[in-house]
Design a protein around this ligand. Structure first.
Ligand SMILES: Nc1ncnc2c1ncn2[C@@H]1O[C@H](COP(=O)(O)OP(=O)(O)OP(=O)(O)O)[C@@H](O)[C@H]1O
Ligand SMILES: [Mg+2]
Length: 487
């Protein structure tokens, strides 16, 4: 063990090898969770819901036992690793030397425990040890997996992922709640936060930009709940979204005109429906010489323009001090001479300032809201105004909204997992007490394939855009026939 000794502590407690050996070889019972059908064929994935022939079941059982045994060995190795690694040196260690060091300590420990692993198992164990020490343990392979959008942990034994809009149960588990808590703690302490019984939930951004939320027991009843929205460096661009069928080229041309001519736009949708992705893609239509300020609770947007100022709100610290709300950011942003303001999601009192900004010279501003239709979105805005404690007659609130918001695009995740812009609706003014709006494009559902895939098409509704003249004046000559419905 002389090599790589700079990562080793001076004193190594190498005792009790024999005592721990007995524990290690005892297999723990497998989690009572069965993965569902339709899971990706990764080697780690265990089973499908279909009944299995006996031979296959035995093979699966063996595989599970093997993994359980490996899990126990790993746990013991991990303990020893933490005992013998000089954690302070880890920060400066190169990946290669650290991996070599981990492999060396592991192999020494395995020798002491009289355990022989085949090469594949050794590689697996070393990788998982590396992930435990340097990364987020069992979550690490999921974080690296490009096909995974969301990671959802319901207690130590149930980890779900979202791929292609569908939730799947994985066969990845934490050893127990303490293991899970340790990883949560590692994440939140890295960003200077704390989570425990008295602060049972936390929102944070991982080093790679992923959005992270955790809630721990006793508020989380059956074990800690974690959700991670993975950060994609390569954001989906307009062309990708058109290719994936999120909307059509005609709709894209319309949206380009809308953004370029500075309409105020709200992207509405349910959770995970693609609001932020849509907002980000729409922002690409903003000219490069405009000064854009973005305000988010968790910085997710990635604008391509040169002149972008990004702000992130901040919750209060443990003593209840130091909070900077989205509203604070927004108010300050208005003094920073922006051409456009983009608020990642309007969900509270900042709605007042957002509407005011949209009404007073910061046209071309954009935000998202959580709502199921354009009409519903408007009611959400009304509610937010009311909740912010503004005493204003409903008609006045509505005229504010009607004057501020020009366009609502509705994003939706359909049953088959596809994400589509199911409606583009223009706000045209007030009729009496009611905000008048007209749908210009919509997604028409026509049926369903036996596989569950939804059959449908995008169509124009046949109404002429309320903003046609504006588009023309600004030099966007959209072909008239994009507003003609397909029969
Ligand atoms: N049209 C699309 N096709 C495929 N994947 C998409 C599409 N739109 C969004 N996604 C993916 O879906 C995930 C969720 O998207 P996004 O973060 O934009 O949703 P959201 O509505 O903002 O969610 P939240 O409500 O949690 O803020 C992301 O991983 C994103 O890359
Ligand atoms: Mg979002």
């Amino acid at each position: 063990m002389a090599m790589f000794s700079r990562f080793k502590k001076d004193e190594v407690g190498a005792a009790s090898a024999a005592a721990t050996l007995a524990k290690v070889t005892q297999a723990t019972p497998a989690p009572a969770v069965k993965p569902t059908a339709g899971m990706a064929p990764a080697p780690r994935v265990q089973a499908t819901a279909a009944p299995k022939p006996a031979a296959q079941a035995v093979a699966m059982d063996k595989d599970r036992k093997r993994r359980d045994r490996l899990g126990d060995i790993k746990l013991e190795l991990h303990k020893r690793l933490l005992d013998s690694l000089n954690l302070a040196a880890l920060e400066t260690a190169t990946e290669a030397s650290l991996r070599a060091e981990i492999a060396a300590i592991a192999s020494e420990a395995l020798d002491e425990m009289n355990i022989v692993l085949n090469k594949d198992d050794r590689v697996t164990v070393n990788q998982e040890l590396y992930d435990e020490v340097m990364g987020l343990g069992p979550l690490e392979p999921l974080l690296k997996d490009e096909t995974v959008n969301d990671i959802l942990v319901n207690g130590p034994q149930r980890i779900f992922v979202e791929r292609n809009g569908k939730l799947e149960l994985t066969d990845i588990t934490f050893k127990d709640e303490r293991h899970l808590l340790r990883i949560i703690d590692k994440i939140v302490s890295a960003v200077g936060r704390r989570v425990d019984e008295s602060n049972p939930y936390v929102d944070a951004r991982l080093a790679d930009g992923s959005r992270f939320n955790a809630m721990v027991p006793p508020v989380a009843v059956d074990g800690s709940l974690v959700s991670i929205r993975k950060f994609k460096k390569e954001k989906l661009a307009i062309a990708d979204l058109v290719k994936f069928g999120a909307f059509t080229e005609e709709m894209a041309a319309y949206l380009q005109a809308a953004v370029a001519t500075r309409l105020n736009i709200i992207v509405s949708g349910g959770t995970g429906s693609g609001k932020t992705t849509t907002l980000n893609a729409l922002s690409s239509f903003i000219a490069n010489d405009e000064r854009i300020l973005t305000i988010e609770d968790t910085a997710e947007l990635q604008l391509q323009q040169v002149h972008v100022g990004r702000m992130e709100s901040r919750p209060a610290n443990v003593e209840g001090k130091g909070a900077v709300t989205q509203r604070d950011c927004l108010r300050n942003a208005l003094r920073m001479r922006p051409d456009r303001i983009i608020v990642g999601e309007t969900r509270g009192e900042e709605v007042i300032d957002m509407l005011q900004a949209m009404n007073t010279g910061h046209d071309g501003s954009m935000t998202t809201i959580h709502a199921n239709s354009a009409r519903d979105g408007v009611s959400r805005l009304e509610n937010m105004v009311a909740m912010a404690g503004i005493e204003m007659p409903i008609k006045a609130v509505r005229s504010q909204i009607a004057a501020a918001v020009n366009l609502i695009v509705q994003a939706s995740r359909l049953q088959d997992g596809s994400r589509r812009m199911v409606s583009i609706t223009e706000i045209t003014g007030m009729e009496g007490d009611v905000i008048s709006m007209q749908e210009v494009f919509r997604y028409e559902r026509l049926g369903m394939e036996p596989s569950g895939k939804i059959i449908g098409r995008f169509n124009a509704t046949g109404v002429r855009s309320h903003y046609s003249d504006r588009f023309k004046q600004w030099g966007y000559n959209l072909p008239a026939d994009i507003f003609d419905p397909i029969p």
